[in-house]
Design a protein around this ligand. Structure first.
Ligand code: HEC
Length: 247
């Protein structure tokens, strides 16, 4: 079996095209995950709590209340006015979301700060009914969305991991290292996927999602970087070829 170093120029170009393009795609996916998760618990930056909120939800509070602190920052609500807005929203939700209280106290604040973004092309929150939907208790990602995400991720990542693994199998790494780089991403993503569903019923399972996330795409990306190095930059002297080189 030829190693990556021994492939023809045309074969190297094909594999390099795959690694560069799909590698960028995986990096974009990681960045997307970060952006989607980072504000989930209402605090900036990413934390375990963000992942829990994403799948399990925050059942002691509604989505509106969870996201409000981050949204008030995005809406440039002055620091001094933020506690008042929080109190008004909490009072409205805690007292059964009455229409009267909404019109008198909640709506003016939303109109003043939030609708510049939340009108066209964004979840609309400009009416009583729409805002009330956002004030329901948050139970995290719905099962239908998990199945849809699972379908897309399992099939695309399955193919990507297989191709990246096939390329890695032609590096000059030792057998144990090859098995690690090829098998671990598959196992990790399956743990991640199982973790979505388990975390939805019990937030203690969030560690499955974390382990799965750390050892799936990042390991594939590292393996791709090693493959790329061996395709083009591996020095001749390291190249273990018992037969004399024809050149
Ligand atoms: C600078 C633009 C911007 C402003 C201002 C803004 N938001 Fe948002 N809001 C967003 C974005 C972006 C999202 C994520 C949209 C998505 O999930 O597709 C979001 C999501 C939300 C959601 C969740 C919607 C959903 O269905 O997932 C709620 C609730 C919300 N904002 C409330 C508010 C409130 C209340 C205010 C006013 C204090 C506000 N937002 C101000 C940009 C903004």
């Amino acid at each position: 079996m030829r190693t990556l170093r021994e492939l023809s120029l045309v074969e190297k170009i094909v594999l390099t095209g795959f690694i560069v393009m799909v590698g960028l795609g995986l990096l974009a996916a990681e960045a997307y995950t970060y952006v989607v998760l980072q504000g989930a618990d209402g605090k900036p930056g990413i934390s375990i709590q963000d992942v829990v909120v994403h799948y399990y939800g925050n059942r002691s509070s509604s989505k509106l209340q969870t996201i409000l602190p981050a949204m008030m920052i995005m809406a440039h609500v002055p620091k001094g006015e933020q506690p008042k807005m929080t109190a008004v929203v909490n009072h409205w939700v805690a007292h059964g979301e009455s229409k009267g209280y909404y019109e008198k106290n909640v709506q003016p604040l939303i109109n003043a700060s939030c609708l510049k973004c939340h009108s066209i092309g964004m979840p609309n929150i400009g009416t009583f009914d729409l805002l009330k939907q956002q004030a329901k208790v948050d139970t995290g990602m719905p099962y239908s969305a998990m199945l849809m995400n699972g379908m897309i991720h399992l099939s695309t990542l399955g193919v990507i991991f297989a191709l990246a693994g096939w390329i890695f199998s032609r590096t000059q790494a030792r057998q144990g290292i090859k098995i690690f780089f090829i098998a671990v991403p598959f196992i990790a993503f399956l743990l991640d996927f199982a973790g979505w569903f388990l975390t939805k019923s019990n937030p203690h399972f969030v560690w499955l999602v974390l382990i799965g996330g750390v050892f799936s795409c990042p390991v594939v990306l590292l393996g791709m970087a090693i493959s790329l190095y061996q395709l083009w930059l591996l020095p001749r002297s390291v190249h273990a070829n018992p037969e004399p080189s024809p050149r």
